[in-house]
Every structure is written in C-alpha cells, then in structure tokens.
Design a protein around this ligand. Structure first.
Ligand SMILES: NC(=O)c1ccc[n+]([C@@H]2O[C@H](COP(=O)([O-])OP(=O)(O)OC[C@H]3O[C@@H](n4cnc5c(N)ncnc54)[C@H](OP(=O)(O)O)[C@@H]3O)[C@@H](O)[C@H]2O)c1
Length: 419
C-alpha cells in the first residue's frame, strides 16, 4: 500500500489483487477504472467500520484464484456486507459502465448446443467450487476459532477509543492509523510536514471519516507543541485513551562524531516522547487510566556504524519507558499501562530498500498489524520479527571484541537513508 495513503487495509485492493479479480471475472484490467474503484472502496470502508468477528477474518484474507471463488460464493450466500462482496460487485458495476468492459460482459454465445454446454459447464464448475468451498470455510472457521480470544481482546482494546499517534504522516504511524480506524478507533495524529498533513485531511474528507480522523501540525521536540496541537483539534488530554509515541528520526553521522545530529536525534526521539507524555499524563493521573505505547527499536541493544545517535536515543527511550512503568506502579496507578515495542527493520522511508535491509525488513502494514495485536493482548513488551530479535539478543551477548569486529563489517556496508 502507498505509505502516504489513508485507505483502510481491508478495503484496499492492490494492483495485483485487481488483476486477480479481473482474471476471475474475465475482464481486462483498466488503468482508468482502478482509481475509481479505490475511491469507491475507500468511501464504503469508512462508512462500514468497524467489522467484527469472522466477517473481519474473511475480509483480511489475501486471496488466490481458488480462495477468491470461495469468497465469492460465501459472501453471496452469508456474508453480504463483507468487503470482498463490495469489491466484486463494484468491479462488475464499474466495468459495465466502460466500453471495453461492457463488450466483454455482454459477449453472447450463439447456437443452442453451445449455450446448453455453457450452462452445464457453469453449473458443474459452481457445484465443484461449492463443495470445495465448504471444506475451505470449515478450515477458515476452525482457524478463526483458534485465535478468536485474541481478536476479541484486540477489538475491545481499540473500538470506540481515542488514540493519539505522533509521526502520523507516513510510514509506521500512518499504517497504525489505518488499522486503528479499521478497528473502530478514533485517531488523532501529529507530525510536521504541512503538505502530507493536507493530503491526509483531503483523504479523510473524501472517505467521509469526519471527526474519526484528525491531524494537526506539531514538532514533538518543541515544548508544548503537542498540547497546542491537541487543543487546536478540540481534543482534551483526558479524552485520549492511548498514545503511540512513534515520531522518530534516524540520521547517519557525516564524520566520526556529530554532536548536532546526536542533539537533534535525542530532541525528537527522547525529549519528543517526554513532551508528548507531559501533554497527557497529568490528565491521566486524575482519571487513573491510560496506555502509552513506545515505538523503540531492536537497535537499542547494541551500537552500529554511523547511527550511534539513533541507537543511543532508542536505548534511552526504552529505559525511559521502563522507568515510567516503575513510577506508575510505585504511585499505584495500575490502570495506566505501558508497552515497549522494539521492531527490527520495517519497509519505510527510514530504511533503504536495498542490500541486507531489503531482505530483513517487514512490510509496514504487517508490522502495524502485529504491533496492535500485541498491544491489544496487553503485552508490556514486544519485539519482532522473532528471528531478528533472537539474532539481536545473540549479538548483544557475543564477546565484545568479536561483536565489534563483526558489526563493524556488517553495518558499514549499509547506508542509512537520511531524513
Ligand atoms: N523503519 C524501521 O525499520 C524502524 C525500525 C525500528 C523502529 N522504528 C521506529 O518506528 C517509528 C516510525 O518510523 P518510520 O519507519 O515510520 O519512519 P518514517 O517513515 O521516517 O516516519 C517518521 C514519522 O515521524 C514524523 N516525525 C519526524 N520527526 C518529527 C518531529 N520532530 N515531530 C513530529 N513528527 C515527526 C514524520 O513526519 P514529518 O517528517 O512530517 O514530521 C513521519 O510521520 C520511529 O520511531 C522509528 O524509530 C522504525
């Protein structure tokens, strides 16, 4: 998905899926229909969230040719408000209004024998898919049953809640917003770039999200900026149920040491977090509830060539979070929770899409999904991907000389994208 697009994940149709749907419906993909379809699905999605239970499970399936035919059958028969039903119906409707699509759909067979053969072929094909589809549906139902408890916890954790996200304009922050909106949360966000914020406002207006998605300009490193942005959006701190401290920068050193980079990185990644907390914690202390999610990094466990400022700032952030949790417990504020998330690499602007990073980085939407599942389950700590986390722990425990010799080789071949 485009990393600056607001479309809700289960209502988004990527170009590969569009091509798959075209193949399934015997239609020719059209570059002019695809954007109209995306726009229609965006509006429908926003008016029909949240989607719960097994319906949501089906909506999250990324189909292949077989499962698409099963989804087609079952959403016709039982799950009529599932996004896949809207996607298939909208495909047919939009292609019908297009010259090529209309001709393709109104193609008629001639000759009685041929027509009867086609009817027979369709009936046998449908029956065959129906029988296979029964097994498929049972399999999906059992799989859903296994994870149902977690799904319910996730739905309870976010539906109807107001969540503040810092660094909302792109990357992980925006992916988290899309998923939170799909789960029925109200999302409030801040970041700096005016053009991206304007685009998000337009997307939200086009989708008809209204008050459910609000964004404002703030540099988290500036004292008081988050509070000001919240009041400009008409949001009181006590209304916010959860904050995701996500805004962050990563700038490589130009030389061996670069005090300006270190200062600016700490201002955003550490002081920015403190400023955000300052805007909310007094109100949360009074109401006795709240949840802080810190987006730290696995990089906080060891140094790396040229990104010392970033890794050190994330180490400080994780420790700040740990200490905050202790303080909350000491003050018996047990209903204010903290979650520290330490991801490996995620495909965003922060990471270069080449070399080792390309293979190790996970898709930003998958990352957002995993983070929200962990937060929904009430985890106080979450590191992912698991293999990356294990590797990081192993590296951190290596004898120091060996670790430094190895890391200086591995990380020096990679250049980290500038902000
Ligand atoms: N990508 C990864 O591999 C990875 C791995 C581990 C952890 N993380 C963490 O995940 C978080 C999100 O990173 P990302 O990969 O999504 O990076 P990204 O694509 O560069 O996005 C960073 C976001 O933070 C905002 N931001 C930056 N400085 C800000 C400031 N001073 N005030 C307000 N907003 C600010 C940016 O918007 P503006 O520029 O418009 O302000 C942008 O929305 C960061 O904390 C990062 O450290 C990322």
């Amino acid at each position: 998905m485009d990393q600056t697009q607001l479309t809700l994940p289960t209502w988004h149709l990527n170009d590969k899926e569009y091509a798959l749907l075209c193949r399934y419906l015997n239609l020719t993909p059209s570059a002019s229909i695809y954007p109209k379809l995306a726009k229609y699905l965006g509006r429908m999605g926003a008016s029909r969230i949240p989607l719960f239970g097994f319906d949501r499970w089906l909506s999250e399936i990324r189909p292949g040719p077989w499962s698409l035919s099963f989804l087609d059958i079952w959403t016709r028969l039982w799950f009529r408000s599932n996004p896949w039903r809207f996607k298939l119906n909208a495909m047919v409707a939009l292609h019908e209004c297009d010259g090529v699509g209309f001709r393709e759909m109104s193609r008629q067979s001639t000759g009685k024998t041929r027509i009867w053969l086609e009817i027979l072929g369709h009936s046998l094909g449908y029956g065959f898919h129906f029988i296979l589809g029964c097994f498929w549906l049972i399999f999906q139902f059992v799989s859903f049953g296994v994870v149902r408890r977690n799904w319910k916890a996730e739905e309870r954790a976010f539906a109807g809640k107001t969540v503040l996200i810092t660094g909302i304009s792109r990357g992980l922050g925006l992916a988290l917003s899309r998923h939170l909106l799909a789960l029925g949360a109200k999302v409030v966000g801040v970041s700096r770039r005016a053009d991206l914020l304007e685009k998000l406002k337009n997307d939200a207006a086009e989708m008809g999200l209204g008050e459910r998605f609000l964004v404002g300009a703030a540099d988290v490193a500036v004292p008081g900026a988050v509070s000001q942005a919240l009041s400009a959006m008409g949001i009181s701190p006590s209304e916010v149920a959860m904050v995701i401290i996500n805004a962050g920068i990563k700038t490589p050193f130009q030389d061996l040491i670069d005090s300006e980079t270190i200062r600016r990185t700490f201002e955003v990644n550490v002081f920015g977090a403190a400023e955000t907390l300052q805007a909310l914690l007094p109100a949360w202390k009074q109401k006795g509830r709240g949840h802080v999610v810190f987006i730290s990094s696995l990089g906080r466990h060891h140094g790396m060539v040229s990104t010392g400022a970033y890794n050190a700032s994330k180490a400080a952030l994780s420790l700040l979070a740990d200490s905050l949790d202790l303080d909350l417990r000491a003050q018996k504020l047990h209903q204010i929770h903290t979650t520290v998330v330490e991801p490996g690499l995620i495909h965003t602007q922060m990471v270069q899409n080449q070399g080792l990073q390309r293979f190790l980085a996970v898709d930003v939407d998958k990352a957002a999904r995993r983070i929200l599942r962990a937060v929904g389950k009430g985890k106080s700590f979450y590191r992912f991907p698991k293999l990356f986390a294990l590797l990081t722990m192993a590296v951190a425990l290596m004898p120091q000389r060996l670790r430094r010799a190895w890391l200086s080789q591995v990380t020096s071949t990679e250049r980290i994208d500038r902000q």
